[in-house]
Ligand binder design. Structure first.
Ligand SMILES: *[C@@H]1O[C@H](CO)[C@@H](O)[C@H](O)[C@H]1NC(C)=O
Ligand SMILES: *[C@@H]1O[C@H](CO)[C@@H](O)[C@H](O)[C@H]1NC(C)=O
Length: 487
């Protein structure tokens, strides 16, 4: 493991000058806010449009980063409307991502200690070297390594049956980033079933239940009491839950709604030919250059309320299984599927959210041939769906190379551990699908331009979304089926 860490860190250093997104300025601004303003202003100040919109623990994390940055160069911590970017900022911020990812590394090492098999070692290394993390954290710029690190630590505690520490760590994670609320139902039911009901019997322990509740409330109190005290509750709520956005993100995350929106686009063509009524404004929005908002021309509109109902219903179905048999394996599987339900049916899902499925699912990938098969399909579709985050041509070789290297070491290795062959793992259709991803990649990077020139600019993104969505939905169905078959 340590050799991997050294090597990976060196490669990450090489990636420092690559493309970085506006998230770079977002986090610089958050450092600036937490450094130069009193706590009571953190969630109020809106000088820069990139306002602080993560929960308080993350804000304190930025505060810690800014204190160190201040020792280096306090000038880079100015609150200003326009982005501030130069080499000092670049090196410092990239460095913080690399260092904070050690939390993940540490968590994975602990997980490996519990279960020292070759397959597990491969799996653990694959999470640390996940192409999704390279793309989203080290190039695009975010701190997912740190966050998934906390998640892995809480899984380790669950595995060791130290349920209170597990609950405390997960509550901490929620106060770093609230997207993990999606998987909170799985934690709730698991702690209830495996811990509060003693040894799988129907004997309910009030003491254990109260202890769990007290731990969670204590963590939340630590995070939220200062917010309440300084009267920032309305500001925090409106920033954490902005309900004004549309169903899909500008680039459709490859889920059910991407297929739905894709179908709508196909139906427009039919509607034109057959003279059905359709919404002309919606067609205009589609050809505006990128796959835009979520106005549907033919199919009925989807409201936030619908997505919520579907997500909750699917999650309840998933949790049924764990409720009856609260084992650790079922916990991981339910955790994955709870995240998956939100990704699949949620409102305004970002493509980056696929990591909330891929990371927990990695912990099951080496369990059986079936899971390795689903993992192969999901990872392929999921990682390719992240490629548009790095849209510049010079990053193309990097993302392709990193992904292929990961693939070529991980899958043959895992197949060897499970004593199967890569050829026998997937069906012909599945192999063809994965090869199709390559074709999509080629079309997006060069084919589209050669064939259509500047016409149909929305096509590459739309094709990526819809094609990846097919694989993701397929994987979801297989996984749901296997999970529910235990009922
Ligand atoms: C934000 O902070 C800056 C720097 O202290 C200050 O000039 C500005 O007025 C503040 N804006 C708001 C909306 O509080
Ligand atoms: C980057 O900008 C900051 C703030 O203006 C400045 O203090 C620092 O010297 C700059 N660094 C470089 C390498 O130009």
């Amino acid at each position: 493991m340590h050799a991997i860490l050294v090597l990976a860190t060196l490669v990450k250093c090489l990636l420092i000058p690559t493309y970085h997104s506006t998230d770079f300025e977002v986090h610089r601004n958050w450092m600036a806010i937490t450094h130069s303003l009193p706590f009571s202003q953190w969630y109020k100040n809106a000088t820069s449009e990139w306002t602080l919109d993560y929960p308080p623990f993350f804000a304190w994390f930025e505060k810690a980063l800014s204190s160190m940055a201040a020792l280096m160069d306090p000038d880079m911590l100015r609150i200003q409307r326009d982005p501030l970017f130069n080499e000092t900022v670049l090196f410092y911020q990239r460095g913080t991502v690399i260092v904070s990812e050690l939390v993940l590394y540490w968590g994975l090492c602990r997980y490996l200690k519990v279960d020292r098999t070759t397959a597990n070692a491969l799996m653990v290394a694959s999470v640390f070297l996940h192409p999704g993390l390279w793309i989203v954290d080290h190039i695009h710029f975010q701190y997912n390594g740190l966050l998934y690190g906390i998640l892995v630590h809480s899984l380790v505690e669950a595995r060791k049956q130290r349920y209170l520490t597990c609950a405390a760590l997960f509550a901490t994670l929620l106060n770093f980033k609230h997207i993990y609320l999606y998987i909170a139902p799985a934690y709730f039911v698991y702690l209830l079933g495996a811990y509060c009901f003693i040894d799988g019997t129907s004997k309910f322990s009030v003491a254990r239940f109260s202890a769990t509740g007290a731990v969670v409330i204590a963590v939340f109190a630590l995070s939220l009491a200062p917010i309440i005290y300084t009267g920032q509750v309305p500001d925090l709520v409106s920033r954490l839950f902005p309900f004004t956005r549309g169903l899909c993100h500008a680039y459709w995350a490859p889920n059910i709604w991407a297929l739905y929106a894709g179908l709508d686009r196909v139906l427009i063509i039919g509607a034109k030919k057959l003279g059905w009524a359709y919404d002309v404004a919606a067609v205009a929005s589609m050809t505006r250059g990128y796959v835009g908002d979520t106005v549907f021309a033919v199919l009925p509109t989807v409201e936030a309320f619908h997505t919520l109902i579907i997500t909750v219903l699917v999650q309840m179905l998933v949790l049924q299984v764990m409720w009856r048999k609260p084992t650790f394996d079922n916990f991981i599987s339910s955790l994955t599927l709870c995240g998956f339900a939100s990704y699949m049916f949620g409102w305004h899902v970002h493509e980056k959210a696929i990591m909330i499925v891929l990371v927990p699912y990695s912990f099951m990938a080496a369990k059986s041939k079936f899971h390795l098969r689903v993992f192969t399909i999901l990872s392929s579709a999921g990682i390719v769906s992240l490629f548009p985050l790095l849209f510049q041509i010079q990053e193309t070789p990097i993302k392709v190379l990193l992904t292929s290297m990961w693939y070529m070491t991980l899958f043959p290795g895992l197949c060897y551990c499970l004593q199967t062959k890569l050829r026998e793992l997937l069906s012909l259709m599945e192999c063809l699908y994965i090869m199709g991803l390559l074709l999509v990649g080629i079309f997006v990077t060069s084919g589209h331009h050669l064939i259509f020139g500047d016409q149909y600019e929305f096509l590459p993104l739309m094709l990526t979304s819809v094609y990846c969505a097919v694989g993701v939905v397929y994987g979801w169905v297989m996984l749901m089926y296997a999970h529910l078959a235990q009922l």
